[in-house]
Write a protein that binds this ligand. Structure first.
Ligand SMILES: [Zn+2]
Length: 314
């Protein structure tokens, strides 16, 4: 069972920004996914609009995207129906979800908080810690190690695909500025495509959603896990240490993106089809501080190229 409810204590209540969220929802709702197509690495998955019957919520008025981002993707295992939904939950928090149905299995693939930040007024962040919560009956130690293995492999994959993800597995997908009513780091179309892609990939890793992606190996339980006496040796904590940035507070992220608005190395902006990451100019590991003066916006290509270069010095 997914248990995304556990992250609610980290959120800030968005009640006062409700009208801003409605405006943002309208932007997402009215942005079509071009050719119903999403790109995963060098593969394209082509879908079509609409699903066979409603997923999760029958009252479409309740969720703010009102069926505008429902798709069917044809996979090896059968048709996967996907529905992106944005709604306010009982705790007055807004979340964006992707629900799926395939081979009579339905459920949530991925969900993300909409988070505001006191020190960055006017910003709405789409951010979420990547984690897995499948249980392996009767073996707490294996369950824990297995979840961590999936978390690390999946987070590493997202990083390689050009997503901004911290060493602590926090994914930063969208930063919306209510003043200009636009995303600072991406475009609405790219945001939708990214959200669908992450959801589909996560469903593959979860392994219990009725489908598997043929382009990826299976990450389901292997007998070696059940018998291994030294899981720490198989998946040590430090295998991720060279990936991504140290955590940068959301308010600082907003200030950097609002100031730079383009990649500081190549000058491209989200309108040129790139996504902007927030990067340490002097790396944290070389003593660089997490302050505005030592942070810059870089596109995903320049950022990953830069971190590869600094890794070579080790
Ligand atoms: Zn660049």
């Amino acid at each position: 069972m997914e248990n995304d409810l556990s992250v609610f204590e980290d959120d800030l209540i968005l009640d006062k920004e409700a009208s801003e969220v409605l405006r943002l929802a309208n932007i997402i709702k009215s942005t079509p996914l071009r050719d119903c197509q999403i790109k995963v690495g060098s593969f394209f998955l082509r879908g079509k609009k609409g699903i066979l019957k409603p997923l999760q919520y029958s009252n479409e008025d309740f969720q703010l995207l009102a069926g505008h981002h429902d798709y069917i993707f044809n996979m090896q295992d059968g048709d996967v129906e996907l529905s992106i939904q944005l709604y306010e939950n009982v705790n007055n928090h807004y979340r964006i979800n992707c629900f799926s149905r395939c081979n009579d299995v339905s459920g949530q693939l991925f969900s993300m908080n909409l988070t505001t930040e006191k020190d960055a007024k006017g910003s709405i962040f789409f951010t979420q810690k990547i984690k897995f919560s499948e249980r392996i009956e009767g073996n707490a130690e294996v369950t824990k190690a297995f979840r961590r293995m999936k978390q690390q492999v999946f987070s590493g994959m997202l990083y390689k695909l050009g997503f901004e993800i911290s060493e602590t597995n926090d994914l930063y997908l969208g930063v919306y500025d209510t003043k200009t009513q636009s995303f600072l780091n991406t475009t609405p179309e790219k945001f939708i495509s990214d959200f669908l892609m992450i959801s589909l990939l996560k469903g593959h890793f979860m392994g219990n959603k009725g489908y598997q992606l043929e382009i990826l190996p299976s990450y389901n339980i292997d007998p070696v896990w059940q018998s291994s006496s030294s899981l720490e040796t198989l998946f040590p904590d430090k295998i991720l240490k060279k990936r991504g940035n140290r955590s940068i507070p959301l308010s600082l992220r907003f200030k950097v993106l609002e100031r730079d608005r383009a990649c500081k190395l190549c000058g491209r902006t989200p309108k040129d089809g790139i996504k902007l990451h927030v990067d340490h100019i002097t790396p944290y590991s070389f003593g660089g501080a997490t302050v505005l003066e030592n942070l810059q916006a870089l596109c995903e290509e320049c950022n990953i190229g830069k971190s590869n270069k600094s890794n070579q010095r080790y």
